[in-house]
Design a protein around this ligand. Structure first.
Ligand code: GDP
Ligand code: IMO
Ligand code: MG
Length: 428
């Protein structure tokens, strides 16, 4: 058995949570491999909407194991809140949830530093979620972060104090004022709470499960265009969001990876700063935001909206080795007579390119569009691929021909049930 990976091909919020929850019954374990509470993954079923930040999206399916892997940065306070919110659903969280001892901890001072760095950047800010992600990964790579396993060690307080002293010096340098006492109290209560969960040597745990032939789905957070290496740097998150991140973030070898499911919206959104070639500043953009409820699941910020960007999508498919594509939120385009789709970029000197250039943050690129016919009808009553309107099938075909990877799933609404599969046997 291999580990399949499901990840976002755009700037996050593609609908990963919905599809992980949808596919979870086909798997015996769901594992998060990077990111942290910057993620907001929405699941909808039985008229209830759930937003998960750190807990894997397999948690609502009985008997499925859920792992928070070593590549994740974990905030114990948010972890506790999430668990408290889930308590009323009678899930077997204490039996089914495992946390890697090697996952890094987000401390209250990481969050303060995140805010302080953003404040210092002024206009040039990243637009971070202010969850402490960047500073926590900085400490990990700087080799002085604290890990989940440290919380049960005798010298945890000593290690904590040393790191916090360093953080305080940075905060003083950045001239950032703060109150730490209350949040520290909440943090230590949450750390004690976290001790009550199954903290594991997760690379052994997951490889043992692979040996036992369990099927595993690795759940990406953020999106490929926010990847620290391949995204629109510096307007990125601080982790490896692409498929290779599943290997380093779980301790799974590359030859154990099976399918790579790449999720994208039928259009594009981005939250926070940074280049977005197809962004719409007109009524169509406003319409997409309203119709798609494009407001951040973590911060509530309005998402920037624009047409589908094929050069960016092709790039994301290349760096991930996506084997199948899932197209989300097709229903949001239902009312358009015609739909634009970006096929190239035009550079300031007039030349055309079909890839995201290195200096995308510094130059003006103009998207070149192909206009396709809209399907201009509701999709509510459609439950199988063959019944999709012709214009939507043409839209799908156009993307497939451009990207050369099949689109095997089309999502037509936020609910679990609003999911149309081309061929179930292909999907999993
Ligand atoms: P994630 O971070 O990739 O899990 O995505 P988010 O949960 O942040 O954002 C996706 C949003 O779109 C959520 O509000 C979902 O409920 C919603 N959603 C998912 N799929 C569809 C769909 O096919 N149609 C519509 N209209 N909404 C969807
Ligand atoms: P999910 O998993 C969309 C964006 C932030 C900011 C940049 C850096 O729900 O798709 P960070 O807090 O990570 O340092 O912020 O990345 N960002 C996301 N955008 N969806 C997310 O997660 C995101 N997580 C981070 O808006 O631009
Ligand atoms: Mg999200």
């Amino acid at each position: 058995m291999s580990v399949d990976v499901l990840l976002g091909l755009q700037w996050g919020d593609e609908g990963k949570g919905k599809i992980v929850d949808y596919l979870a019954p086909k798997y015996q374990m769901v594992a998060r491999f990077q990111g942290g509470p910057n993620a907001g993954h929405t699941l909808e079923f039985d008229q209830i909407k759930h937003v998960l930040h750190q807990i894997p999206s397999g948690i609502f399916r009985a008997d499925i194991l859920n792992l928070i892997g070593n590549g994740v940065v974990l905030d114990p306070v948010i972890f506790r809140k999430e668990i408290d919110n889930l308590e009323r659903f009678n899930l077997n969280i204490r039996e089914n949830l495992f946390v890697a001892k090697k996952a890094q901890l987000i401390l209250p001072t990481h969050r303060l530093l995140d805010a302080a760095y953003e404040q210092a950047k002024g206009e040039a800010k990243i637009g971070s979620t202010l969850k402490g992600i960047g500073p926590a990964y900085q400490d990990k790579i700087g080799r002085h972060g604290l890990r989940v396993g440290d919380i049960v060690q005798d010298n945890f307080m000593e290690k904590y104090r040393d790191l916090v002293e360093e953080h305080k010096e940075k905060l003083a340098y950045l001239n950032y004022s703060y109150q730490l006492e209350e949040v520290e109290k909440t943090f230590f209560e949450a750390v004690n709470f976290l001790k009550g969960f199954q903290l594991v040597e997760s690379e052994h745990f997951i490889n043992q499960k692979i040996k036992e032939k369990l099927s595993i789905l690795a759940e990406g957070a953020q999106g490929s265009l926010l990847d620290v290496d391949f995204g629109s740097y510096p307007f990125v998150t601080s982790s490896t969001t692409i498929a290779s991140g599943a290997c380093t973030g779980l301790g799974v070898a590359p030859n154990k990876i099976g399918e790579v499911f790449g999720i994208f919206k039928a259009y594009c959104t981005r939250v926070g700063s940074g280049p977005f070639p197809t962004e719409l500043h007109d009524e169509a953009g406003e319409y997409l935001r309203k119709q798609g409820h494009e407001f951040g699941a973590t911060t509530g910020r309005p998402r920037r909206c624009g047409w589908l960007d094929l050069p960016a999508l092709k790039y994301a498919v290349m760096i991930n080795g996506a084997t199948q594509l899932f197209m989300m939120k097709a229903d949001v385009l239902n009312d358009f007579e015609s739909i634009n789709i970006c096929t190239h970029y035009q550079l300031p000197d007039g030349s055309k390119i079909d890839y995201m250039p290195y200096d995308i943050c510094d130059i003006d690129i103009t998207p070149v569009y192909e206009t396709l016919q809209g399907w201009n009808q509701p999709l509510d009553d459609i439950h199988n691929f063959d019944a999709l309107p012709e214009a939507l099938v043409s839209y799908i075909k156009y993307i497939e021909d451009f990207i050369r990877v099949p689109i095997n799933l089309v999502s037509v609404g936020p609910d679990r049930k609003q999911t149309i599969i081309k061929d179930m046997a292909v999907v999993a």
